[in-house]
Design a protein around this ligand. Sequence first.
Ligand SMILES: Nc1ncnc2c1ncn2[C@@H]1O[C@H](COP(=O)(O)OP(=O)(O)OP(=O)(O)O)[C@@H](O)[C@H]1O
Length: 264
Amino acid sequence: MGADAAAGHGPGHGPAVRLRGLVKRFGPVQAVAGIDLDVGRGRFLGLVGPNGAGKTTTLSMATGLLRPDGGTAEVDGVDVWRDPLEAKRRTGVLPEGLRLLERLSGGELLTFTGRLRGMPEPALGQRVADLLGTLGLADAGPQLVVDYSTGMRKKVALACALLHNPPVLFLDEPFEAVDPVSARTIREVLRAYTGRGGTVVLSSHVMELVERLCDDVAVIAGGRVLAAGTVEQVRGGRPLEEVFVDLVGGGRREASELGWLGTT
Ligand SMILES: Nc1ncnc2c1ncn2[C@@H]1O[C@H](COP(=O)(O)OP(=O)(O)OP(=O)(O)O)[C@@H](O)[C@H]1O
């Protein structure tokens, strides 16, 4: 065992995700202003924050999609920017925006993704069939992704993230536009995954869902972590939404100021 591994560092060691001093600026906008965050193995972390808080920018830097201006990101003990290929082997990502290969069917997209990841047949074919079946996409058959509904696109993108059974999943708004039956299935799939030791980081605007599903939560605003811990710690006995609004809601104008709305 090397000195790093003995000290709890290096591939397969330490927290599943370790972010240190992550910083990103877009011109005059400081999108991420120094984020430190650890996510333990087998934990389910919800990343919440108002629009423009820096959630997607943080997830993009943690998954090798956007180069940080400063700081480090490690996944499963691998530095994402020093060893991106190894980090990406250990990561499944449902990115924002869902840019997919539109002229393939769901099955073709998954098979192509699996081959890019070097997955062998026939195990790949079995996993593709399992994922399409479980996520309710099998009936879409040869339909092309370009003709999928928004929720179907989300589900096939999620299937791509799960396909290689990575130890860590990063999911940007995985439940957005997904119907309640599929949402329940996805919750069960993700719970089973963390139950077996997998780690999930998801961003969401739905506090109730984070409260119900996640072990841990990090509230970010203005590119900084305002609160982080177990859901119970951060809630402190109150509904998470209330705590969230107290933390980030300052400076908003009252809805009642739109007194003209609805009057004739
Ligand atoms: N490519 C870009 N170019 C310029 N500014 C950007 C870019 N990406 C993000 N930003 C800015 O960085 C800030 C953080 O954006 P980000 O998308 O990370 O927020 P978010 O928390 O994911 O928001 P939302 O909940 O609305 O998706 C915002 O002010 C946004 O306008």
